[in-house]
Write a protein that binds this ligand. Structure first.
Ligand code: LFR
Length: 479
């Protein structure tokens, strides 16, 4: 048996997990969990990156000395900048910060959607790395190296810089066909080529711990940090317990990432206008998906009401008792993206579409659940249609797979069975890429088989009235 540590940072919490893998077993233990609280300072929303790094060091220390390797994944698109000496310049900015307001629109108008999509194959999201960089273009003089969040943490652990491929593919600067940095695009944007370090593949060993890190964590100095699919969504999809290829997935947490896995990109105009993305997965696969706003709508509503995670079960139970479709919204309305008073924004959206706004927290939550299920349905259907992939089952993984109401509504809305779980798909994908790199498992099929055989899963058969879903979709302005 080998033990691998997975550092997995989500938008609202981080964790260090330890997994024992071997002989048909895959046992995941949570070593340390900590909140990830963005901080607004002088008007800018930042990640508390040093706080997170401190938690990671504590977690690795607690994971103990018997580790075969360590892997790191996090959300995508965000980065830190290093100066020539390797020191961090400024604190990484949160992708929901307002500094990118209007930037994407300007870049699109200048370079054209067709060109941008043809180079990177990426959905147009205002916070993509490329737009963040353009937003701070004038201040890049002192910046020598850009490191995506997991690469930055790996750098602090090992002293080695590099850009892991799956996360690099979310920047908007990676050529989707060649999977190398697009020098042409960088030049057209006036962004320095020097910023982007050499690419590394998931499964590549990054290096051993720095001596001071080994001392601080009590880990042997030869424990390697291994590049995993460091974009959390890439790790989650690697751990989808699917057999064959006729499946869609929903990686459901703060975001719902909804799509199919393909052997290569789909770059047509239809996919571009439907805002589908071609993100790099392991083994040359492509995650053809769309971002759906996800449980962010619920998390921000809870925050507005002063309710915490422990209040969620009661809230969801009450929401399950509220009649369906009283009000539905397009969950991807741009006004839902920044932090703020979500119930008020949802109410406003309902009024604007001629619906009575939900009045009580359970009604708001019901509206969010129905609306997310509609968002899931639209994205699953469009992913299948645009890619030509047959979808027989939807795998819903991540924290959202605990939400029975959302799983059931998603099955009903899609008219497809939903297999829910594993909850910790991201950490499992992180671990399994390491396990494969160290020869403990063979290939992607075996990784997925191991997840299916060892992790608790729950199946929801579709029910409900399809015509009622069609009607609700039309009301929300969705298909
Ligand atoms: C999910 C995720 C999404 C990405 C968003 C922002 O955690 O990584 O894939 O679009 O966060 O980085």
């Amino acid at each position: 048996m080998n033990t691998f540590a997975a550092v997995d940072l989500g938008a609202s919490s981080g964790r260090v997990m330890a997994a024992r893998v071997g002989d048909g077993a895959l046992e995941l233990t949570e070593v340390r969990r900590f909140p990830n609280r963005p901080v607004r300072a002088a008007g800018t929303l930042h990640w508390n990156i040093l706080g997170l790094y401190g938690e990671i060091l504590d977690g690795l220390k607690a994971a103990g000395p018997g580790l075969t390797s360590i892997g790191i994944d996090s959300w995508a698109v965000d980065y830190g900048l290093l100066d020539r000496s390797g020191a961090l310049l400024g604190n990484p900015v949160h992708y929901r910060d307002g500094r990118t307001d209007g930037v994407m629109e300007r870049v699109r108008a200048e370079l054209g959607d067709a060109y941008l999509y043809d180079v990177a194959g990426l959905q147009f999201l205002p916070f993509n790395t490329v737009y963040q960089l353009v937003a701070e273009r004038d201040g890049l003089d002192r910046a020598h190296t850009l490191l995506m969040i997991p690469d930055l943490l790996a750098y602090w652990l090992t002293g080695r810089t590099g850009a892991e491929l799956t996360n690099a593919s979310t920047t908007g600067l990676l050529d989707v066909r060649t999977r190398t940095w697009s020098a042409a695009l960088l030049e057209r944007l006036g962004l320095p080529r020097r910023l982007l370090p050499e690419l590394r593949e998931p499964g590549e060993v990054i290096g051993p711990l720095r001596p001071d890190v080994a001392t601080e964590t009590g880990l042997p100095g030869d424990v390697p940090v291994t590049a995993v699919a460091s974009h959390d969504t890439a790790s989650a999809v690697a751990a989808v317990p699917a057999r064959g290829e006729d499946f869609a997935y929903i990686s459901c947490g703060t975001w719902s990432l909804v799509g199919v896995e393909l052997p290569g990109p789909v770059l047509g105009e239809e996919g571009r206008t439907a805002n589908f993305t071609n993100e790099a997965g392991i083994d040359g696969t492509v995650r053809y998906l769309r971002n759906v706003m996800g449980l962010w709508l619920l998390q921000e509503s809870q925050r507005a009401w002063g309710l915490g995670p422990s209040d969620l079960p009661a809230l969801l139970e009450a929401a399950a008792g509220v009649p369906a479709f009283q009000a539905v919204v397009d969950p991807d309305a741009p006004e839902f993206l920044p932090p703020g008073d979500m119930p008020a924004r949802i109410a406003e959206r309902c009024r604007a579409t001629g619906q009575r706004p939900p009045a009580t927290p359970p009604e708001v939550v019901r509206c969010i659940m129905d609306s997310l299920a509609l968002g899931h349905r639209a994205a699953v259907r469009e992913a299948a249609r645009l890619s030509g992939r047959r979808v027989e089952v939807v795998h819903l993984v991540g924290g959202g797979s605990r939400n029975e109401l959302l799983c059931r509504l998603t099955a009903d809305a899609c008219g497809l069975p939903v297999v829910a779980g594993p909850v910790e798909a991201t950490a499992l994908g992180n671990v399994l890429v390491q396990a494969r790199a160290f020869g403990v498992v063979k290939d992607l099929a075996e990784m997925r088989g191991l997840v299916a055989a060892t992790q608790p899963l729950r199946r929801y058969e579709p029910g409900g009235d399809p015509a009622a879903w069609d009607d609700a979709a039309a009301r929300a302005g969705l298909r």
